[in-house]
Design a protein around this ligand. Structure first.
Ligand code: C5P
Length: 202
């Protein structure tokens, strides 16, 4: 069988993570959350490491830091992610993962456009700002973070604006991506729709 690569892009809290994990399980593929790589890099800059140095010397251990899901780290991630040299330092690892023997699902912002333009299936997952803020707010509250819905909404908007406006690998749907708007879908429905599309395209 041919090796399957699935690229999943879209703004923060649109459901990329859940969808990626479900597709990886359904099709027996490895999964890489590329946001984690930028979060781990951003996380190190909060300790005073320079952004490029942080990206160039990132270790597996950095990817396991337990505070990568905080709003502060998300913001730091999107700041370092706008630096072209930082992105360049992180490309090889992501492409090597995508070429793994068994096939892979990668999720992020530039997977379908830059990291895996050759992916067999590409999704651009979106949802309204209100729905995304609601979802992320719930996750953060469940994780014990002291946040407000308004604060989460403005953080998401600021991050999406920065990710879309940057010159280097901006967040944009690939021309051949299928857009999946999850505003009015529960997770199970979104997963079913995505599995159907992958099956049709392969
Ligand atoms: O996906 P997640 O929200 O964890 O990503 C954190 C940040 O990392 C994003 O806001 C974006 O700035 C950056 N990122 C990126 N390219 C990717 C994945 C994430 O620029 N492929």
């Amino acid at each position: 069988p041919t090796r399957l690569t699935i690229a999943i892009d879209g703004p923060a809290a649109a459901g990329k993570g859940t969808l990626s994990r479900a597709l990886a399980v359904a099709f027996g593929l490895a999964h890489l959350d590329t946001g984690l790589i930028y979060r781990a890099t951003g996380r190190r800059t909060l300790d005073g490491t320079a952004a490029l140095e942080a990206a160039q010397t990132l270790t597996a251990e950095d990817l396991q830091a337990d505070d990568l899901r905080t709003p502060e780290v998300a913001r730091a991630a999107s700041v370092v992610a706008a630096i072209p040299e930082v992105r360049a330092a992180l490309v090889d690892f992501q492409r090597a993962f995508a070429r793994r023997q068994g096939g892979a699902v990668l999720d992020g912002r530039d997977i379908g456009t830059v990291i895996c333009p050759e992916a067999e299936v590409k999704f651009f997952v979106t949802a309204s700002d209100a729905v995304r803020a609601e979802r992320r707010f719930k996750e953060l509250v469940e994780g014990g973070h002291d946040v407000t819905l308004d604060g989460v909404l403005s953080d998401l908007r600021e991050r999406d604006a920065r990710d879309s406006a940057r010159a280097s690998a901006p967040m944009v749907a690939a021309e051949d991506a299928v857009t999946l708007d999850t505003s009015d879908m529960d997770i199970a429905a979104a997963v079913q729709a995505a599995i159907r599309l992958v099956t049709e395209k392969t």
